[in-house]
Design a protein around this ligand. Structure first.
Ligand code: NI
Ligand code: MN
Length: 225
């Protein structure tokens, strides 16, 4: 499968069988995204929580592509209420879709939607497809259960925030990598706005200093997993 990074927490996964998933597609109002929502296709849209910088352009994209939303129950119902199709799940649950298996994990954060609807609990998500697993932590602070998450599903790629203020900063993110023990850590949720300025190179160095691998993805870059 291929993983593409748009900046902030926005990623695209393309499986070998040709399924396209978007995670937290925040593009048109994102000053760092090199692509616009109109340029993207999607079969599935995964939202980690209801904040505006994660729901982003999801509805615009779903209107055009008829993509299926995959979210925790309350956020899925919010999408259904807007006239879209959704698969309702919740934290701790996994389900096998056409593209592979998807499991929601805990995240410590909030999840109110831009129009002040309760979006349920915020989540992280593990997507397993084509023999690889990708753990997108969502917006979260550091928590010790990341160790358990990594034990239950060996993680190939961990996508985790380093921007501080709303989420983990670099120091906590390095500890998160130690706990979840992925093969490769990819930083996200930094430098989109001044308040979450962080140096991904510093994160990479600190991850390497604990004997782990990190990969800083450029905005718009696609890598083969
Ligand atoms: Ni958030
Ligand atoms: Mn956020």
């Amino acid at each position: 499968m291929k993983l593409r990074y748009f900046s902030h927490s926005s990623f695209q996964i393309k499986t070998d069988a040709g399924h396209t998933l978007l995670i937290d597609p925040f593009l048109d109002d994102n000053p760092t995204s090199p692509v616009k929502s109109a340029d993207l296709a999607a079969d599935f849209i995964v939202l980690t929580h209801g904040h505006g910088d994660h729901v982003g352009d999801a509805f615009k994209i779903a209107k055009r592509t008829r993509a299926l939303f995959i979210c925790v129950n309350e956020l899925a119902n919010y999408c259904i209420g807007k006239g879209f199709s959704a698969h309702n799940m919740h934290i701790g649950g996994a389900h096998t879709f056409d593209f592979g298996r998807l499991k929601f994990t805990i995240a410590h954060h909030g999840s109110m939607t831009p129009d002040n609807t309760y979006g349920g609990e915020p989540a992280g998500v593990i997507i397993t497809a084509d023999g690889k697993s990708v753990y997108h932590t969502g917006d979260t602070g550091l928590f010790y259960d990341m160790k358990l998450i990594g034990e239950m599903t060996p993680i190939d790629y961990m996508l985790l925030p380093i921007g501080d203020n709303f989420t983990m900063g670099i120091e906590d993110a390095v500890k998160a990598v130690e706990l979840a023990n992925p093969k490769v850590a990819i930083p996200m949720h930094y430098n989109t706005f001044p308040v979450i300025a962080a140096d991904p190179g510093e994160f990479k160095k600190k991850v390497e200093a604990i004997g782990k691998k990190a990969r800083v993805m450029n905005y718009g870059e696609e890598i083969l997993l």
